[in-house]
Design a binder for this molecule. Structure first.
Ligand code: FE2
Length: 135
């Protein structure tokens, strides 16, 4: 089953929602690469793409929060940091294992769960805050 962004994850800010969709796509690409038994090189590359995009997205999101003077930026930064560390750990374990696909397949659940939770609980608050600013 493909991993997909679902409309209930909307935070109400177009640029953030668009990036969240892509983030889900990147996780799905990784999952599919693992599931279909792609080579270590291809999976390694997919993992790099996910890592790079995640960092990019968090940077953009943090910049936006700073711009609107979002009061919980520090909490967000800490959460983002821990997710980036999870990906770094996965990359390291994957490389050290010599390309164990199971590591990738199992990690997907954790990544999707974290992201879903983070968006639902923390990112939606950014949308609510931004909306109130416009009133
Ligand atoms: Fe966030």
């Amino acid at each position: 089953m493909a991993i997909k962004w679902t409309p209930d994850l909307t935070v109400g800010l177009e640029h953030i929602d668009a990036q969240h969709k892509i983030l889900f796509e990147k996780i799905d690409n990784l999952f599919e690469a693992g599931r279909s038994g792609k080579s270590k090189e291809v999976i390694g590359e997919t993992l790099e793409f996910l890592d790079a995009y995640t960092k990019q997205h968090f940077r953009d999101e943090e910049l936006y929060m700073a711009n609107i003077k979002y009061p919980h930026l520090d909490q967000q930064k800490a959460a983002h940091k821990s997710f980036i560390e999870q990906i770094a750990k996965l990359k390291q374990e994957y490389n050290q294992s010599g390309g164990n696909i199971l590591l990738i397949i199992n990690a997907n659940q954790t990544l999707v769960k974290w992201l879903t939770q983070h968006i639902s609980v923390m990112d939606k608050q950014i949308g609510i805050y931004a909306k109130n600013l416009k009133k």
